[in-house]
Design a protein around this ligand. Structure first.
Ligand code: AMP
Length: 555
């Protein structure tokens, strides 16, 4: 089993955080034991018609851990866990943890290219997936993965398993003993995924005690307690709904987790009413949908149980904060953070101006951040620079990526977030944008190059440039400029390119929302390799052409 020191954490920091009490002698397993002892018969999870008490949860976790153990999964193994929001996700996560097996927490949207890379990167012994969700058949993908990866010994399917192992069969009823718990506070807990990386997301190895440190401080910043009823509708595999304070924060306090399959407002509003939900988390596009639906249903001010709605994952505009507060009548929290670590939030008692314009301050007193210029020198408060972070739950290295680590971390252990930010004179953190080319579509991050590199392999495409276009719902939508070969006898249109990208295994959220076909580059002396400039130019042309059309329409 891997430990913090194998995963890039320098001894100096391990010692410091232990000494200062940020890293406690606790694991996800001891965490579960403690909450079960304390909250035994309280309701831990509500998922459709299934309701589980803390005691039920523990029983299920032990049974499933035995099932996994019988299959041959043991301490030090890695697996890929790809389940949509459901109680089985929670049980599987705790059960794997109990055995010392670390899962890669894949998102339901990931497809074969990514899952295959995860299996390879961690040498996964098992793949745990759903049967079919929204017409996508995970079993069909599993069949391909099985052919590709001889190391993949077990495929466990939740639902109709067909020829694979059924998750239900993992709920063993025999009285065999579980293997001894070998997990220590500094053991590897799980792998999260970095957003917006070229090709395949990088793996973020999270360790038991530091992950729980993150949970504890998010709980404090959100005032969770045993009356908290948290609705999870964003994918639980994301760090934000899992630990900030999310699923684990709710359990930490003995609250109740209400599971929604997606942030669809119809379903979520019903769940809020029925279970008197107090807290929830959204990304901006989902928050906009919620506002639209609430207005349509004339439901302004009719959500009395709600205490806080957190919105984050990408830029949250001030209009959205105002709209949410007006409609939902509860506190709004702007949450900034990343799977690599630091979480910064606005808190109760902060005035409207701060909530609307800043991302508050980090949740843990030992979190550190600095804003630097291109020479890595700190800039004065009020100036914009690159944001670097360090702290008790911020990683010091990506998993097995020395190339990326050399670029992403400073010598003194700060993570280069790639975000542009400023510390205001009053001390609050403001996120101003991105250093790197990255499209932020809803909560998802897309590196243009990844999709461009695939598009250019299609016959008739001379080059492709992806840009993010401001979008009132998504924040940014993806627009692909396709430079076509003239005189090529190929049928190039949106449909063929969309299908092609799908067939190439490009994740759904990365497929452009819009395609624009051009026969030449913009008429400037832009070097072909200066793609950043090219992107900016195309965007400018696009905006100018839009303004023109709008102008014409108004004449
Ligand atoms: P991920 O690790 O996928 O959650 O992505 C983290 C990135 O999302 C950050 O580095 C930011 O670029 C962006 N992000 C997250 N929350 C916010 C926010 N509240 N405002 C602006 N950007 C955000």
């Amino acid at each position: 089993m891997l430990h913090a020191s194998d995963l890039g954490w320098p001894t100096e920091f391990i010692d410091r955080y232990r000494h200062d009490g940020y890293w406690r002698n606790e694991t996800i397993n001891t965490f579960l034991n403690n909450i079960v002892k304390k909250y035994n018969e309280r309701t831990a999870i509500i998922d459709g018609g299934t309701s589980l008490s803390y005691a039920d949860l523990k029983q299920l976790v032990e049974k499933v851990a035995k099932g996994f153990s019988k299959l041959g999964l043991h301490s030090g193994d890695h697996v890929v866990l790809q389940l949509p929001n459901c109680w089985q996700f929670v049980v599987a996560l705790f059960a794997l943890s109990r055995l010392g097996v670390a899962p890669v927490l894949a998102l339901p949207a990931h497809r074969q290219v990514e899952i295959s890379a995860f299996i390879k990167s961690v040498n996964a012994k098992a793949y745990i997936c759903a049967d079919e969700v929204n017409t996508f058949d995970y079993r069909a993908m599993a069949r391909e993965l099985q052919i590709q990866h001889k190391e993949l010994r077990h495929i466990i399917v939740n639902g109709d398993a067909e020829e694979f192992i059924s998750f239900e069969d993992m709920i063993t009823t025999d009285s065999s003993e579980l293997p001894e718990d070998q997990v220590t506070a500094d053991s590897l807990f799980c792998f999260l995924l970095s957003g917006g990386t070229t090709n395949i997301p990088k793996l973020i190895a999270r360790v038991h005690c530091e992950y729980l440190c993150c949970v504890r401080y998010n709980v404090l910043a959100n005032n969770f307690d045993d009356t908290t009823v948290y609705l999870v509708s964003l994918p639980m595999a994301h760090n934000f709904p899992l630990s900030a304070p999310g699923v684990l924060g709710t359990f930490h306090c003995g609250g109740t987790l209400v599971i929604a399959p997606t942030p669809d407002p119809d379903t979520c509003f019903d769940l809020i009413d029925e279970h008197k939900v107090t807290n929830t988390a959204l990304v901006p596009p989902a928050a906009i949908l919620w506002c639209d639906m609430a207005e349509l249903l004339e439901r302004q001010g009719t959500f009395p149980s709600l205490r806080i709605i957190q919105v984050g994952g990408s830029r949250v505009g001030e209009e959205l904060v105002q709209r949410m507060t007006r409609i939902f009548g509860c506190r709004f929290q702007n949450i900034f953070g990343m799977s690599e670590g630091l979480i910064s939030v606005t808190r109760s008692g902060m005035n409207e101006e701060i909530v609307q314009h800043t991302q508050g301050y980090p949740v843990c007193p030992a979190d550190e951040y600095r804003i630097v210029n291109h020479l890595d020198q700190e800039v004065p408060d009020g100036e914009i620079g690159a944001l670097q972070i360090r702290g008790p739950y911020t990683i010091h290295a990506y998993f097995n990526r020395p190339d990326a680590n050399a670029l992403s971390f400073t010598e003194d252990g700060f993570f280069r977030t790639g975000d542009l930010a400023q510390r205001r004179a009053d001390g609050y953190l403001v996120i101003e944008g991105r250093e790197k080319d990255q499209i932020q579509r809803g909560g998802e991050k897309i590196i243009p190059e990844e999709v461009e590199n695939v598009l250019v392999t299609f016959k008739g495409v001379r080059d492709a440039i992806l840009v993010g276009i401001d979008d009132s719902v998504l924040g940014e939508r993806i627009c692909a400029f396709i430079f076509v070969h003239e005189n090529k006898d190929v049928d190039l249109n949106e449909r063929t390119l969309r299908r092609f990208l799908q067939a190439e295994g490009i994740t759904t959220f990365k497929i452009p929302d819009q395609f624009i076909f051009l026969t030449s580059f913009p008429s400037t002396a832009v070097g072909k390799n200066n793609r950043r400039e090219l992107r900016a130019l195309l965007l400018e042309q696009y905006r100018t052409s839009l303004n023109k059309t709008e102008g014409e329409e108004h004449v």
